[in-house]
Ligand binder design. Structure first.
Ligand code: KG4
Ligand code: ZN
Length: 380
């Protein structure tokens, strides 16, 4: 069967087509139109601007995705439409949902609303465009199965602990199989990606800050500035990143660095000259931010006796996080999976696959064009 995915929860307008056959998935197309440049001057995503751009771009992105997937007859060839219904920015989500409802109605196709977080989790099962992968993340060629036989996550793999890290989320989610989730921890304030973006702004690096900080951090000394790792010793699995960002702000003040947000710097082209110090700050910040993730993830992995750890979300592109988490998992004899770099950021292929997984638990009458509602605070 072929599934069309639509994603507009934040600042990417994305449409993808998947082919699903014999418990394996092939990405036929994965088109993403990013609005990063538009939002860069505001240092973050402006919801109404994002929605306006989605309206402008979505039909073009849709046509490109069909063309690349060689879909000539939508009505005959597409079997299911999946769209992100939350969490995300309300105005942005509504554009994708309205578009999805319109085509589902026009072509009389089943429609499913998908959680963006389930999408990030599903990104672990995707390969590059044109490459087939089995739903079983670790036993790709052998094909393991659960009792229902529907979803291929075997007893050797589950329970799985998901660490979802992005611009809006820092979540630990226990997973027993596709569709069976339990949220065990989340951020109480800023998400980790947001902290990367804000610290990058303080350092005058640009937006989005994650890739810029991680690149600069490679040149710095992670132990040069002792920064806090908030809630690292707390008994629960929640996170907090606003304190770390504030600690960087105080450090910059102490070092007499010009602060980008201060009135004295308003309107000026902004450069912090001492690049060695900047690299040390970036490196120390990155280490503190990742230390908490590792500590909590490994503690939860032990308490819940998980067999696998899945990393996902925009921040899962971070090289240090990938390397350190893989090593921790290996040292503790736990399977480890991370998405291909093509699927760490927001995309519609992951939404199509998550939508396919949840559609297996639904009846036909729950998949009509008018059955999907937006929920900006949705979890699972
Ligand atoms: O998943 P995503 O594309 O969008 C949301 O759902 O939020 O994540 C975007 C976030 C941004 O905050 C960006 O700075 C961060 O992912 N990011 C990174 C890296 N690449 C992207 N953070 C740290 N290191 C990276 N290499
Ligand atoms: Zn995301």
């Amino acid at each position: 069967m072929k599934v069309l995915g639509i994603e507009t929860s934040c600042d990417e307008t994305a449409v993808a087509v998947l082919e699903i056959k014999n418990n394996s998935v092939k990405v036929l197309s994965n088109i993403i139109s990013s609005q990063v440049k538009l939002h860069a001057k505001y240092g973050g995503v402006v919801p109404n601007l994002a929605a306006r751009e989605h309206v402008k771009n979505i039909s073009h992105v849709f046509k490109l995705a069909l063309k690349e997937a060689k879909i000539n007859d939508f009505k005959k060839e597409i079997d299911l439409i999946a769209v992100t219904r939350g969490p995300g920015l309300g105005p942005a989500l509504l554009v994708g949902i309205t578009f999805a409802k319109t085509i589902a109605w026009k072509y009389e196709k089943p429609l499913i609303g998908t959680s963006h977080l389930e999408g990030h989790i599903a990104s672990n099962f995707l390969r590059k465009v044109g490459v087939i992968s089995n739903f079983s993340r670790f036993q790709r060629n052998r094909g393991s199965s659960t009792k229902s036989g529907q979803f291929l996550i075997s007893k050797k793999e589950a329970p799985i602990l998901n660490l979802i890290v992005s611009g809006n989320h820092t979540e630990l989610v226990l997973m027993l199989g596709h569709g069976k989730y339990k949220l065990i921890g989340e951020t109480l304030d800023d998400a980790i990606g947001e902290a990367f973006d804000k610290v990058a702004r303080l350092l005058g690096l640009g937006y989005p800050g994650g890739p810029l900080i991680s690149k600069l951090a490679e040149k710095g000394n992670p132990d040069h500035y002792p920064l806090p790792s908030p809630m690292i010793h707390a008994k629960n699995y929640n996170f907090s990143y606003s304190g770390l960002k504030t600690a960087v702000l105080y450090l910059l003040k102490e070092l007499n660095f010009p602060i980008r947000n201060s009135p004295a710097c308003a309107g000026r082209k902004f450069v912090i000259k001492n690049s060695r110090t900047k690299a040390d700050i970036a490196s120390s910040f990155q280490k503190s931010a990742i230390d908490v993730l590792l500590k909590k993830t490994m503690k939860a992995a032990a308490e819940y006796k998980v067999k696998s750890i899945f990393l996902s979300g925009g921040v899962s592109a971070n090289n240090q996080l990938r390397t350190r988490l893989r090593k921790e998992a290996r040292d503790n004899k736990i399977n480890y999976s991370q998405p291909d770099l093509a699927y760490t950021g927001d995309n519609a292929a992951m939404i199509a696959l998550a939508g396919y997984f949840s559609s297996r638990n639904k009846k036909a009458q729950e998949l009509t064009w008018d059955s999907v509602e937006m929920d900006a605070n949705l979890r699972f």
